[in-house]
Design a protein around this ligand. Structure first.
Ligand code: ADP
Length: 494
């Protein structure tokens, strides 16, 4: 049994903006089920504090002044959660990173440096919680300073840093470095400096004993120019410490056989309920009631990463085909507006819902026929796994986790009992269009389509397998940590 401090800036169901929250809400539970003593550390955002009500807390004193550490558990589990409260820092409602004007809070450097500093103090058992972790598991840039700051601690735990999306790096002007009073030696390009800016993520990438990312394919891709976001060389240098572990999904929340958010339940053996859900979805979204038409869905952030511009590019061609579209998402205003124009042009064929709507996401997964995920890059991606689980074969760009979790339904794969979606290999409108056409050809053959649905639905995306792989990474981190110590002791003797 290991003691693991899991630090993240968002944890489902307490607060969520994307896949990081899903992982942070599921992986600790899976590790707990494997007998580990895992505890979560995250900020006490206003919405979280309000939802949880009064909690027991202890007050500690830091360079930032008085800090409250509230104690609770992850809802529906026994996993302890520590929430960091600091007046004026995290107690702001809404998005954890963005101000109401949609721009990052101007003091995000100070806010997340505080998360890191408290993480270090808890990791070193210096705040009276009477618990010393063996491993600190940090996630994304918001926690990146932890492995760096722990470097100065001779008796530190081992550190693991997980990249959920390398495109978000926590870059701040050089002034931040001084403002945060970071040790001077960190200001060089082999440390936290990135082209004269302060990079939070480099703290994790340079100093963590082990680095992981959320799919094996993305682990390889980020060592190359195209997906490396300026970190390819650093990651190549650390490739012996870098691995990819595919995310699992919450297979109770996302199970069409028991999902309380869909009107008719179904499973791979009996898909009848799916047709009922399709009708319900069409009705709820104001789409024309039509059993035969292919209902194509897209759920996610409407940003360039997700290839939403490619979908817009093929919209005229799509509207020449016998399809309906159900789109749920929010993101960049320009995409939202263009999508809105299309939905106004074809009100009974294109349904757009702007916003974040968990129940609708479930109904869409259940009621749609085909799911679209043409992401330019995708560290792991969750929706393609949900859609396979719900018998809604996805059309995906074969990158990152999409390539690791979807097998193309080509004749060769189909003959081997594989093929759970359609995979295309170039992020272009023409390739996306070809892939959609291929999916429609398959969809028009009910027997074949059912086979693809069943292959998709029978896949195991549970967290257990992934959690076991994280345990291996923790052991490797501990080995590296102690191997490193032994090596430095030997060096000092010689
Ligand atoms: P990312 O983390 O890049 O946004 P992922 O596919 O890894 O993408 O995870 C996105 C998560 O957020 C999934 O759980 C998805 O269902 C959910 N999601 C995204 N947008 C919406 C939305 N508008 N309404 C409901 N759920 C959404």
């Amino acid at each position: 049994m290991r003691k693991i401090l899991f630090v993240a800036s968002e944890v489902y169901p307490l607060i969520k903006t994307g896949g990081l929250a899903d992982v942070s809400g599921s992986l600790p539970i899976a590790l707990h089920a494997l007998g580990q003593d895992i505890r979560i550390l995250m900020p006490a955002y206003a919405d979280v504090s309000e939802a949880l009500g009064p909690l027991p807390s202890r007050r500690i004193h830091q360079i930032n002044g008085a800090i409250d550490i509230f104690e609770t558990v992850l809802p529906g589990s026994a996993v302890p959660v520590w929430l960091i409260g600091h007046e004026g820092t995290f107690d702001r409602p809404g998005n954890p990173y963005l101000a109401p004007n949609g721009k990052p809070w101007p003091d995000n450097d100070v806010r997340f440096a505080l998360l890191c500093r408290v993480g270090v103090e808890i990791a070193m058992n210096r705040v009276g919680l009477r618990w010393s972790p063996d491993i600190v598991h940090c996630n994304d840039w918001q926690t990146g300073l932890i492995p760096a700051l722990l470097e100065d601690e001779p008796t530190r735990p081992a550190t693991v840093f997980t990249i959920h999306n390398l495109a978000y790096q926590g870059l701040f002007p050089s002034d931040s470095f001084r403002k945060l009073a970071l040790p001077h030696r960190f200001w060089n390009y082999e440390s936290l400096e990135f082209y004269e800016q302060l990079s939070f993520i480099k703290g994790g990438l340079v100093y963590a004993d082990r680095i992981s990312t959320v799919s094996p394919n993305y682990a390889t891709e980020i060592q190359g120019e195209a997906f490396g976001c300026g970190m390819a060389n650093l990651l190549k240098k650390r490739s012996d410490r870098l691995s990819g572990i595919i995310n699992g999904i919450d297979d109770e929340a996302w199970n069409p056989a028991i999902d309380p958010l869909i009107p008719a339940k179904f499973d791979a053996a009996n898909l009848a309920g799916k047709a009922v859900d399709k009708a319900a979805l069409q009705q709820q979204l104001g789409l024309r009631q039509d059993e035969e038409v292919a209902l194509i869905a897209l759920v996610g952030r409407t940003v360039q990463q997700k290839g939403i511009d490619l979908v817009l590019d093929i919209m005229p061609k799509l509207m020449e085909m016998p399809v309906q579209l159900a789109i749920l998402g929010s993101g960049e205003k320009k995409y939202e507006q263009t999508l809105k124009q299309w939905s106004q042009l074809y009100p009974d064929r294109i349904a757009l819902t702007v916003g974040y709507d968990e129940p609708l996401a479930h109904l869409i997964e259940a009621g749609a026929d085909i799911f679209l995920m043409p992401s330019r890059f995708e560290p792991c991606g969750l929706n393609q796994m949900y859609s396979q689980r719900y018998g809604t074969p996805p059309v995906v760009h074969g990158v990152g986790g999409l390539a690791d979790t979807v097998e193309d339904a080509n004749p060769q794969n189909l003959s081997m009992g594989l093929g759970s979606g359609v995979v295309f290999h170039e992020a272009s409108a023409s390739e996306l269009l070809r892939a959609v056409k291929r999916a429609l050809v398959l969809f028009e053959d009910p027997e074949l389509w059912k086979k693809i649905q069943q292959v998709a639905m029978s896949k195991d995306f549970s967290w257990r397998q992934s959690a076991i792989k994280y345990l291996d990474v923790y052991e490797l981190a501990l080995n590296d940590r102690h191997g490193g110590l032994a090596r430095s002791r030997m060096a000092s003797l010689s």
